[in-house]
Design a protein around this ligand. Structure first.
Ligand code: TMP
Length: 197
């Protein structure tokens, strides 16, 4: 029996927006409604490339900015065969961060254009839906201080937010902005992903 392709659903958002929790809830809801669904996250810190990225994020190593950008992208590309296999098996993938984070974070650094940052990811599987979890800086602050990882500063996060806002203007991407602050997310379980089968 032919099996319908799974949907590729991406969650993006600022730190503290609750992406990881929401990914878990969405997977649970999908599974309860009888759909096969699995989680993925980027960076995937378990691979050899992912370990280089992890050391960089934890400030245990320094990497040149272009280099680390390309490593983040390579980390996505190395997972593409597995992603395609799962989607073809009818498994819906709920992905915590994707190429949009790649472009938003690096282009928030001085000297990086959004266009240059997006190029290495051209050709990745296109998400059926990208949910951006919006959280005001005030509410983010209530959720605790940033941790110790690289990029976890208020100034840098504000710059990243502005880059996400530019990315969300792309009409070829099925963006949905969701309020990450309250119970709004519960309504996501009734989402309708535009699917390309
Ligand atoms: P995480 O906290 O969701 O594991 O993300 C790790 C950090 O890496 C976070 O600050 C966002 C950043 N990042 C990039 O700079 N480029 C990327 O391509 C991705 C996926 C994340």
């Amino acid at each position: 029996m032919a099996c319908k392709r799974g949907a590729l659903i991406v969650l993006e958002g600022m730190d503290r927006a609750g992406k990881t929790t929401q990914c878990k809830m969405l997977i649970q809801a999908l599974q309860q409604s009888g759909r096969a669904a699995e989680a993925m996250r980027f960076p995937d810190r378990t691979t050899t490339i992912g370990q280089l990225i992890n050391a960089y994020l934890e400030k245990k190593s320094d990497l040149e900015d272009h280099t680390v950008h390309l490593l983040f992208s390579a980390n996505r590309w190395e997972l593409v065969p597995a992603m395609k296999r799962k989607l073809e098996q009818g498994i819906t993938l709920v992905v915590d961060r994707y190429a949009f984070s790649g472009a938003a974070f690096t282009s928030a650094k001085p000297g990086f254009s959004l266009e240059w940052c997006m190029n290495p990811d051209v050709g990745l599987p296109k998400p059926d839906l990208v949910m951006f979890l919006q959280l005001s800086p005030a509410e983010a602050a209530l959720r605790g201080q940033f941790g110790n990882e690289r990029y976890e500063t208020r100034v840098f996060q504000n710059a990243v937010q502005q880059k996400f806002e530019l990315l969300m203007k792309d009409p070829s991407v099925n963006w949905q902005v969701k309020d990450g602050s309250g119970s709004e997310f519960h309504r996501l379980v009734s989402f309708k992903a535009r699917r390309k089968n």
